[in-house]
Design a protein around this ligand. Structure first.
Ligand SMILES: [Zn+2]
Length: 294
């Protein structure tokens, strides 16, 4: 599956900028294409919907249960708790609402919605993975909808729609905006978290940057790209927030991919540099949350 036209600006997508390896699962190589018109990047030769499933099966990765991996996981889980609180504060502040109706697209195992539920929000979640939906149901008592049911809500159903690191996985990123536009209430808020190819860590690791994550990430939005795509579909930018801890996780994974010695320590050091730089320059942050309103 490769689009021939840029979904952001409509220019022809001709050039391969560099070739990226799928370090996470397959070891296969995929070209990253660059739009000459707006600098938007997309993964070339990406598998279609029928074949993408196997690139999400990371049994080999999961079975690496050495202490290094354990430490990375422990840090990840500790940070996740902190980030859940940060997301809640971000949503109440920028939506201007203490509670309301929220739709989370790509809800994963449901931790975020469970937390929002506990804060009094009326929650709806859509998740493509049956395994993740089962986990949410059995472990958190949270019922998530499969993807096929995710786009049939009545107009103006939600005060807030969230996509936490999801849009970059969805085929045809332009096609979802009409649904966002319709299903969000007037004055509602859309939160889209994306990895940032303009970040310090992306520049440092170049083609080893873990957040290229080909072919699972189909689209690589620079800040200007996502803002332009939103504006094309009737939204305006309300604000941008940092997800600063992603820099540490992404940097440690990137060090692992390039087989460096002491990947955790090195990754922490680069993550720290990226974090400090993002304090001075928000658009250099490893991951950003773009907040849009209509
Ligand atoms: Zn373009």
């Amino acid at each position: 599956m490769t689009e021939s036209v840029c979904p952001v600006c409509g220019e022809s997508l001709a050039g391969i900028e560099f070739v990226c390896t799928d370090f996470y699962v397959s070891g296969e190589k995929f070209p990253v294409l660059l739009c000459p018109g707006c600098g938007f990047r997309m993964t070339g030769s990406a598998p279609d919907a029928e074949n993408i499933g196997r690139y999400y099966q990371s049994e080999e990765y999961v079975s690496h249960s050495n202490t290094r991996q354990g430490l990375v996981n422990q840090l990840y889980h500790a940070v996740r708790q902190y980030m859940l609180g940060r997301k809640y504060r971000m949503i109440s502040r920028h939506s201007g609402l203490p509670t309301g109706a929220i739709l989370d697209i790509g809800a994963g195992t449901g931790y975020f919605l469970k937390m929002m539920n506990g804060k009094g929000w009326d929650t709806t979640g859509v998740e493509v993975s049956e395994q993740a939906r089962e986990f949410a149901e059995t472990q958190l008592g949270l019922s998530l909808l499969p993807e096929e049911q995710g786009w049939v809500f009545p107009d103006a159903s939600f005060d807030v729609i969230t996509l936490w690191h999801v849009l970059e996985h969805l085929p045809g990123p332009g096609t979802y905006w009409e649904a966002f536009n319709r299903q969000i209430k007037p004055g509602g808020t859309l939160f889209i978290a994306l990895p940032n190819p303009a970040s310090y860590d992306a520049g440092y690791y170049r083609d080893y940057w873990a957040a290229w994550d080909v072919p699972r990430h189909l689209w690589h939005f620079m800040p200007g790209n996502i803002i332009r795509m939103a504006e094309n579909h009737g939204f305006y930018l309300h604000g941008i927030c940092r997800l600063p801890f992603d820099a540490f996780y992404v940097s440690m994974l990137s060090e692992k991919y390039r087989k460096s010695t002491f990947p955790v320590m090195r990754g922490m050091a680069v993550g720290m540099a990226s974090w400090l730089i993002s304090l001075l320059s928000k658009k250099k942050c490893s991951s950003l949350v773009y907040i849009f309103k209509i």
